[in-house]
Design a protein. Sequence first.
Length: 177
Amino acid sequence: MKKEYKVNLRSRLRHFWPIYIYLFPDIGFVFYANYSFGTQDLMLYINIAIVMFMIVFIPTIYVHIEYILTSRGMALTVDDQDQLLKIKTKNSERLIRFDDIVLFEQFKTPPLIDKRQQWLPWASYNYVTITTSNNERFVITCFLIDEFELKIPKDRIKLTKALYPSINRFDLKALLD
């Protein structure tokens, strides 16, 4: 069975929406502090709320932009029947046989691995690094396919816990080469 995947706005927004959950308590904090302690320190309350929000916003937006740049213009076709992957980028198109995959390394956050509640906005982000027999490396992010699994031997699959799912700098270097 052939399945095709492309990056779209919906997949990008699905991973970014939890950031808004952190925005509402910050706004609520400003109103609560203003009501409880008076308006004389309103700017202090706003500054505290901004700092609290930025603590979760900056790491999330960094990962989000990193994933957008990595997945930009990419398309993936998975053919389970013929055991082929077709990875299209802006510049090239590669066919990879499942047998040619030496390492299929998944980077997931602990909540994704354990299938439990995600408390941090970047906890839903994940990516896969595929290394082939001729030492080519491909990075597939959750913007392309949410949780990527292939029917390959278990000894070629490695699951890595990542508290912060930023793409490994070695994987980024391989993409740029």
